[in-house]
Write a protein that binds this ligand. Structure first.
Ligand code: R5P
Length: 283
């Protein structure tokens, strides 16, 4: 049975369809004091809880869902974290700070037998879980909504660590070059982005990253492109916080394309087939 967090209902439904499994009808409510409660139907066998922790409330809801499905009879609980909040806090950057990704992973581990993340910020985050954790790659599906007529395309990553993502989208799309911007860190706050050596003049450019949060990384990188034709932004997790959409629009972006790990208007691609393949391997 597929059991959805309130922020992941579209992806959970797509996953249920991919796997041919029942989609639980879950009730989400809040008490007058703001505390949440969920209700799930009786479960037999495996429960797959699908819940992006897009904010602190959805993190609490995930822990409740894990507990509820066990109470409802689940023999095995699998947790799919399409988007794992706090994953970018994967080390203590200043003295006295927590390793928040580890704290979240430990808490999530207490209510599940296995975890699946999707393009988690650093794959090493999977080692923070106390149960087997697998990172699923949804980037090939970012090629699905791209126009078929891209002109001599270049797939660019905003830094070297995102190059495999850009290459993956390029490979799924077909023709095109892949390259990355060099990120030079002068100090804790002073980061310079240096353009790649690939000539983008008159070419369609797809800038690929794991996440667009404030849109600063993307808009700064796009601002360095020399006379491109159309510019597309492709990301797995469209967090799109604050004025990210405005920044991207002002940068001249033709379209933002993303998956449904975070359900937004731009979520034209689905991570469901990639997650379904991984879950299929575990049964
Ligand atoms: C950084 O390592 C990540 O891969 C993203 O580039 C970053 O988190 C994007 O954040 P923002 O949109 O706020 O620049």
């Amino acid at each position: 049975m597929i059991v959805s967090g309130s922020a992941s209902q579209g992806l959970a439904a797509a996953l249920a369809a991919e796997l041919g499994e029942e989609l639980a009808r879950v009730e989400y409510e809040s008490f007058p004091d703001g505390e949440r409660v969920v209700r799930v139907p009786p479960v037999e066998g495996r429960a797959v809880v699908v819940a992006s922790t897009v904010d602190d409330g959805s993190f609490v809801e995930l822990l409740q869902l894990q507990d509820a499905v066990r109470e409802a009879g689940a023999e095995r609980v699998v947790t799919v974290l399409p988007y794992m909040g706090y994953a970018r806090q994967d080390e203590a950057f200043e003295p006295g700070e927590p390793v928040s990704a580890r704290a979240m992973a430990r808490a999530i581990s207490t209510g599940t037998d296995a975890v699946y993340t999707v393009n988690v910020h650093e794959p090493a985050v999977c080692e923070f879980f106390d149960v087997p954790a697998t990172n699923v790659d949804a980037t090939p599906h970012l090629a699905d909504p791209l126009p078929e007529d891209l002109r001599d395309p270049v797939f660019l990553a905003p830094d070297a660590s995102a190059l495999p993502l850009a290459e993956s989208v390029r490979d799924a799309y077909g023709p095109g070059d892949a390259d990355f911007f060099e990120k030079v860190r002068h100090s804790g706050t002073d980061v310079e982005i240096v353009p790649s050596e690939t000539d983008v003049s008159g070419r369609d450019v797809v800038v690929v990253d794991d996440i667009v949060a404030t849109g600063s990384t993307m808009s700064e990188a796009i601002g360095l492109l020399d006379d491109p034709d159309r510019v597309y932004v492709a990301c797995v997790h469209p967090l799109l916080a604050a004025n990210a959409r405005t920044k991207l629009a002002n940068a001249g972006v033709e379209a933002v394309l993303a998956t449904d790990t975070i359900e937004r208007a731009v979520s034209e691609a689905s991570a469901a087939p990639a997650v379904a393949r991984a879950l299929g391997r575990e049964t």
